[in-house]
Design a protein around this ligand. Sequence first.
Ligand SMILES: NC(=O)c1ccc[n+]([C@@H]2O[C@H](COP(=O)([O-])OP(=O)(O)OC[C@H]3O[C@@H](n4cnc5c(N)ncnc54)[C@H](O)[C@@H]3O)[C@@H](O)[C@H]2O)c1
Length: 353
Amino acid sequence: MIIHNEYKGKKVLVTGHTGFKGAWLVAILDTLGADILGYALEPETKNCIYNEIDGNSKCKSIIGDIRDKEKLKQVITDFQPDYIFHLAAQALVIRSYSIPSETFEVNAVGTANILEAITLLNQKCTVVVITTDKVYENKEWERPYKEEDRLGGYDPYSASKACTELVISSFRNSFFNVNDFPKHQKAIVSVRAGNVIGGGDYSENRIIPDIIRALTRKEEIVLRSPKSIRPWQHVLEPLFVYLKLGILIDKDPKKYSRAFNIGPKVDDVLTVEKLVQRAIKTWGKGEYVTTGEKKVHEAGILKLDISLIKDLLGWKPVYSPEEAIDKTIQWYKESNKNDFTKQQIEDYLDAVS
Ligand SMILES: NC(=O)c1ccc[n+]([C@@H]2O[C@H](COP(=O)([O-])OP(=O)(O)OC[C@H]3O[C@@H](n4cnc5c(N)ncnc54)[C@H](O)[C@@H]3O)[C@@H](O)[C@H]2O)c1
């Protein structure tokens, strides 16, 4: 999957640029020569990937709330983006139990705010909205979920992202109907990624940051759900798919204006315990215990069917889950995060060229 010079000099708005995936996306777009504008809240902590990669040298950063519709409209009409990658979200399941209505506001209404703002643009604009594999009504099936499966969401985060999918399809039907594309020139694709791992995630209650925090403090890693199976994938995999979809939907809006799953190969899933064992091996030493208590309801099994993206994009994952874990742990061990992030991006580009 090669991305040639499509993003060179293009105006790209990245929402959520101060977060884990957004900062990686800024680093990639910077490598590809895009003119990048970020819109998000301040990083929650000083210790964050956006600062570690010197994000301010790679993009123009606007600190703003996605719920501030008027500010967002102003930013979008001033910048006139060719592409928008919408990643800003309240992205944590456990936090969504403490701030449920805010999670819906940020994730579902925030997406509506972005899509309403682009109705004001007179030129072409392509939007890639990032949702999640958790949008499906989870029946604890062995069978991987397909894009047509019923949407649901047990916890507020998952349900808010299922709502986001409905917001997208409503805007697509009502304002940006693909049959009228020549008139409005707006195309929207949503991407449902599985559990993403990579360097630079410092979030609370996520497995990799929890592992790194315990290992650096020389404490035991406490596992809540060692037997849970998740579609782990390295952060560069979905990000390059978002970029590729941005280009393809631009060229053929009818074909790509829809939702896509993205994750590892169906049988390339690992339990939480296997992930932790591999992480400890790559780190060099460490211990874990499986006595952690579940704080909230968590799905036991979640697999994604990625045949649609394979068929339409000819895409397949570059890294196995084990390689993804190794690359992630190596990132946290490195002292020069900016150089190492660039190195990992270049290695990925070499692997897909
Ligand atoms: N990390 C994963 O495993 C994973 C998996 C699937 C989908 N996703 C999705 O990918 C996207 C990025 O996730 P992440 O892991 O980088 O999350 P993150 O928490 O690291 O970053 C979230 C970003 O959104 C911004 N944000 C939050 N609330 C905002 C608000 N009210 N207004 C403006 N900006 C706001 C934050 O400032 C930050 O820049 C999210 O949409 C998330 O749901 C993540």
